[in-house]
Design a protein around this ligand. Sequence first.
Ligand code: DSN
Length: 418
Amino acid sequence: MPWPSESQRDTEVFGLIDKERERQVTGLQLIASENFTSPDVMEATGSVLTNKYAEGYPGKRYYGGNAVVDEIEALAIERIKQLFGADHANVQPHSGASANMAVYLGLLKPGDTVLGLSLDHGGHLTHGSPVNASGILYDFHSFRVGATDERLDFDQIRELAIKHKPKMIVAGTTSYPRRLEPKPFRAIADEVGALMMFDIAHIAGLVAGGAHPNPVPYADVVTFTTHKTLRGPRGGCILTTAAHAAAIDKAVFPGSQGGPLEHAVAAKAVAFHEALQPSFKDYAQQIVKNAAALAEAMSKQGFRLVSGGTDTHMMVVDLQPFDAELTGKESQLVLDEAGITLNKNNIPNDPRSPFVTSGVRIGTPSVTTQGMKEPEMVLIAEYIAQTLRNRNNPAVVAEVRAKVAALCAKFPVYSKRA
Ligand code: DSN
């Protein structure tokens, strides 16, 4: 039987996709974990590879017809190993969370002790949150950022490591604006005999582009998502030393996943190719320069930056000095009205709940892909401040919406239908 005829096409969903495309390209996308993939990455994601089952790994599949898929997955593996200088790569994790859970499955036993950054201080759900399988199955203990400088405190991490003797230390963050130095983590892991896992989901593109230290030479395992600063399709990836390669591969398949998403693997291969181009270095550097410019402009508008600023692609903004009544939740909602998309975020030791928050998180990967530079960052800070100051004045919010659309029109991300 053929598929439904043209007249029976699902215009409802395709209409909504067009609407979402319009939202993305006419507004400012400032969610630190998002990006605009290239049309080539999207083409691979929507390719015939979505039709194929390929349980196993290149050369060792359970089903026939995988000669081409093997070549594609092998390319993805070789490219990402080259990009990060890794011994071994597994490109099959469906997401960052799947990648992290596979690492725990492969290298830990249920109940083993692990150390990670607390979620409300910039860590991730899969770094031991009590509501996540990581926190349910393993005995996680959390470190927190310093009370005054809001930065990682290696004395505190070392003390906790000596006290709890973890089997693994998880370094990595989702809302921490500063560089993550791998050496001090390695030194502490060595001192207490722990494995070191580095979750670089947010900063993978910065590492690939030389704008952040590469943890691969120091860590036993490095995990990341491919869709944030790395600008690939949604998905995850694990890099390991040769010593842990077999355990990790087994933990991904058959340990925790079935058929790999080979259309996503192909799109990862395309993204890794793009990240290997010299121009990606410029892109990564510009993301960081834009974040620094935006942070400075936000400060000038009266906001406080957690830790005083940023060294990466993101900042966490404390709204309290700007307006003590203003919450992250309300900011996110009104900024959405103005076409400025970001997310509410707890600040360290936030008096408000994660559903309300006293802060917002802002990232520059998407606007940098569009070609925006430092002067546009000053405008963005102005538009954010103007919207928040006039949050009860719909006419001003509408004015900002128009200015945002005009700015985005000058930086068209997809010149043709991707
Ligand atoms: N949702 C991602 C982020 O926004 O940082 C983490 O998984």
